[in-house]
Design a binder for this molecule. Structure first.
Ligand SMILES: O=C(O)CCC(=O)c1ccccc1C(=O)O
Ligand SMILES: [Mg+2]
Length: 371
C-alpha cells in the first residue's frame, strides 16, 4: 500500500468526571485522530494517547502533534508499505515518542486490515470473540464514595476492580474495600507514588489478596521493583517502566514483575505490543491491556489487541459511556456483564462518527503526497 494522504484531527473531549491519580487529575482530553488514506481511497484510523501535561510519561498532546507533523508523516507519506510491521523500522531514526508513533502505526494497521478484508483482531492473529474487561477507578473524595463507585461497577458486571492509591490513601482504602467486598478480583495502581522506603507499608497490602499492585515505584525503574518483589507476596505489574520488548526481557530477567500491563501507545504501537504479548506468553507471564482514557478509536484498537490469547487478565477498557457523554464511533463500546464482544466489521470494526468528530474538532491539518 502507498499512503497518499494523512489528516490530523485535533479533538478536545470533556470527561464526565475528572479522573484522579497520584500524579494529577485529567478532565479535558486533547488528542489527535490520525486518518491515513491510500492511493485507492481506503482509510485507516488511529488515536494518540498522551495527555495535556507530561504527568504519566514525558509525552504531551503538543509533543505528539510536533513529532507526527514534523518527523513521522514525512517518513511514511508516499512510501510503499507492504505490512504494518515495517512501520516501526521506518520510525527507528526517531527516538522514543512512542505515543506519537503509535498514533500513525495504529491507523496503518487499520488501513491494512481493511484493504485485506480482515478484522484488526484477525490481522493481529487474535481469535477471542468476547474479551473480559475490568474498570479502573480514580481517587475519590472519601472512602464512602469509593465504596459506592465500586459497588456500582461490580453491579454492572466488571470482571476486575482497579483502584488508584497514593501515600495516605492506600492500606486504609484497600482494607475498607476488602471488608465490604471480600471476594472481588481487586488490584491497586500507585502510578509510581512510592519508594523502597515504603517497603513495610507495601508489605501490609499482602494480607488483602490483591491480584497485583501496579507500578508502585519510579516510572522508569526496574531494579528497585525487583528488590520489592523479593520482599512482598503481592505480584507486581509494571506499567510506566515498560516501553519496549527489550524492557520486558530485562524486567523478567531481574524478577521485577510477574504481570505486564501492555498499553499500545506507551510501547510505540501494535507491532511492539504483539511482540511483548508473544514473549510473555512463552515465559508464562500473563498480560492485560491498559487504558489511557481513550475515546472510541483508541478503545477499538485496545479491544482488537485484547483478542490475542495471552491477555488472560481483564484489562482497563470499559464502556464508552463510562467517560464520555457521546463517543466518536458508532456503535459505542459497550461492556455487558464484564464482556465486550469484538466487532466483526473490517479493520477496527467501528465506524468513526464524522458529525461527532466535527463537533469536538478544534483544528485539522491535511498532508498530501505531491505525486
Ligand atoms: O480506564 C482507563 O483508561 C485506565 C485509566 C488508568 O488507570 C490510567 C489513566 C490515566 C493515566 C494512567 C493510567 C494508568 O493505568 O496508570
Ligand atoms: Mg497504571
Amino acid at each position: 500500500m502507498i499512503i497518499q494522504q494523512i489528516t490530523l484531527h485535533h479533538l478536545n473531549m470533556n470527561m464526565k468526571t475528572p479522573f484522579v491519580t497520584s500524579f494529577g487529575s485529567v478532565q479535558e482530553k486533547p488528542f489527535l485522530l490520525v486518518e491515513v488514506m491510500d492511493k485507492e481511497g481506503n482509510i485507516g484510523w488511529g488515536e494518540t494517547t498522551a495527555f495535556q501535561a507530561p504527568w504519566y510519561n514525558e509525552e504531551t498532546f503538543q509533543t505528539n502533534l510536533h513529532i507526527i507533523k514534523d518527523f513521522l508523516i514525512p517518513l511514511v507519506l508516499n512510501k510503499q508499505i507492504n505490512h504494518p510491521d515495517e512501520v516501526s523500522a521506518i520510525f527507528s531514526p526517531i527516538r522514543k515518542n512512542n505515543m506519537a508513533k503509535a498514533g500513525i502505526e495504529g491507523a496503518i494497521w487499520d488501513l491494512y486490515a481493511k484493504r485485506n478484508h480482515l478484522t484488526l483482531s484477525e490481522a493481529l492473529g487474535g481469535s477471542v470473540k468476547k474479551i473480559e474487561v475490568g474498570v479502573s477507578i480514580g481517587l475519590q473524595k472519601s472512602t464512602e464514595q469509593l465504596l459506592n463507585v465500586v459497588r456500582r461497577y461490580i453491579h454492572e458486571g466488571y470482571k476486575r476492580i482497579k483502584v488508584k492509591i497514593k501515600p495516605g490513601q492506600d492500606v486504609n482504602l484497600i482494607a475498607a474495600l476488602r471488608e465490604a467486598f471480600p471476594n472481588i478480583p481487586l488490584m491497586a495502581d500507585a502510578n509510581s507514588a512510592y519508594t523502597l522506603k515504603d517497603i513495610s507499608l507495601l508489605k501490609e497490602l499482602d494480607q488483602y489478596n490483591l491480584l497485583m499492585i501496579e507500578q508502585p515505584l519510579d516510572y522508569d525503574d526496574i531494579v528497585d521493583h525487583a528488590k520489592l518483589q523479593n520482599e512482598i507476596q503481592t505480584p507486581i505489574c509494571l506499567d510506566e517502566s515498560i516501553l519496549s520488548l527489550e524492557d520486558v526481557k530485562k524486567a523478567v530477567e531481574l524478577g521485577s514483575a510477574k504481570v505486564i500491563n501492555i498499553k499500545i501507545g506507551r510501547v510505540g504501537g501494535l507491532t511492539e505490543a504483539k511482540k511483548i504479548h508473544d514473549y510473555c506468553m512463552e515465559k508464562n507471564i500473563p498480560v492485560w491491556c491498559g487504558g489511557m482514557l481513550e475515546a472510541g478509536i483508541g478503545r477499538a484498537h485496545n479491544i482488537a489487541l485484547t483478542t490475542l490469547p495471552n491477555f488472560t487478565l481483564p484489562g482497563d477498557t470499559s464502556s464508552s459511556s463510562r467517560y464520555w457523554d457521546e463517543d466518536i464511533i458508532s456503535p459505542e463500546v459497550i461492556a455487558k456483564d464484564g464482556y465486550i464482544t469484538a466487532p466483526t466489521g473490517y479493520g477496527i470494526g467501528y465506524e468513526p462518527n464524522m458529525e461527532t468528530i466535527k463537533k469536538f474538532t478544534i483544528d485539522r491539518w491535511i498532508f498530501k503526497s505531491a505525486y
